[in-house]
Design a protein around this ligand. Structure first.
Ligand SMILES: NC(=O)c1ccc[n+]([C@@H]2O[C@H](COP(=O)([O-])OP(=O)(O)OC[C@H]3O[C@@H](n4cnc5c(N)ncnc54)[C@H](OP(=O)(O)O)[C@@H]3O)[C@@H](O)[C@H]2O)c1
Length: 259
């Protein structure tokens, strides 16, 4: 069955989530469906999206798979138009698809950076283009971009990843300041470490590692709130927020000491 074809527009709010086949995106999709939303779920893995859609059976809302590679602008445009056509619009979006390639500075490669730029940064831009066009015409909508606390300052092993996340934070600040006038609320999500398939590959200690369902709850609450930034876990976010303000000599001394 092609689930995409079978959905008539309903009154329930529609949220589009990218990177929904596992990890944070999957947990948020389920939490949003519990809240009664129609969740358009995108990622490349069709089987996982269909399994996710089945998990929404019996929930107040629903999850509909929209398989997609966000690095392809044409495919993204088509998907956004399809969701709008099938469900009567998109009220909210969480642009969450992303990856982390562990890259020690001594083995620096431009290719690792390029892969992360293509997915983490350009993947988000590809989604923003049709979303901003649609929401501007409509005069309303909420778009949250999943960056990371790693975007606050340069951290070890994250030259490429951190650069993409810092760029997203900067971009969201810029868009927020302009788009609030046309009724679009741009938010940034800055998680610390969350237990997902992505972080399960990490060989280094992950302070304040958070369960994915807890992270999803914080994101659901944040999407309803008025704050620009949704960040967690609270203590780790506060520590990194403090590090962000330190002068360079003190910052580098602390980072080297932390190993
Ligand atoms: N976990 C953490 O500790 C943490 C902390 C800070 C920020 N974040 C950010 O949170 C987001 C989600 O992280 P996660 O830990 O949940 O990662 P994850 O478990 O690896 O999930 C990543 C998701 O992105 C999708 N994806 C990857 N490439 C894609 C593409 N080209 N097109 C469409 N979808 C694609 C994957 O699905 P397919 O493979 O099926 O496409 C998957 O659903 C990322 O942006 C990450 O940087 C995570």
């Amino acid at each position: 069955m092609n689930v995409n074809q079978d959905k008539a527009p309903s009154d329930a709010p529609v949220i589009w989530i990218t990177g929904a086949s596992q990890g944070i995106g999957e947990a948020v999709a389920i939490a949003m469906a519990r809240e009664g939303m129609v969740v358009a779920a995108s990622a490349r893995n069709v089987e996982r999206l269909e399994a996710l859609a089945n998990q929404s059976t019996g929930l107040k809302g629903s999850i509909i798979p929209y398989p997609l590679d966000v690095t392809d602008q044409t495919a993204v445009n088509k998907t956004v138009h399809k969701i709008i056509e099938n469900h009567g619009g998109i009220d909210q979006a969480i642009l969450n698809a992303g990856t982390y390639i562990s890259a020690p500075a001594t083995g620096f490669t431009s290719d690792a950076v390029r892969q992360q730029v293509e997915l983490n940064l350009m993947g988000v831009c590809h989604c923003l283009e049709p979303l901003i066009a649609f929401m501007t015409k409509r005069g309303q909508g909420t778009i949250a971009i999943n960056a990371s606390l790693a975007g606050y300052r340069g951290l070890p092993r994250a030259a490429g990843y951190g650069a993409t996340k810092a760029a997203l934070i900067n971009m969201a600040e810029s868009l927020n300041s302009e788009l609030s006038d046309v009724g679009i609320d741009i938010k940034i999500i800055n998680p610390g470490f969350v237990k997902t398939p992505l972080t399960s590959k990490n060989q280094f200690p992950m302070p304040f590692l958070m369960e994915v369902d807890k992270a999803a709850q914080v994101i659901v609450k944040g999407m309803k709130g008025r704050s620009f930034e949704i960040r967690f876990p609270r203590i780790f976010a506060a520590i990194l927020g403090l590090l962000r303000r330190l002068p360079y000599p003190l910052y580098f001394w602390l980072i080297r000491k932390a190993g």
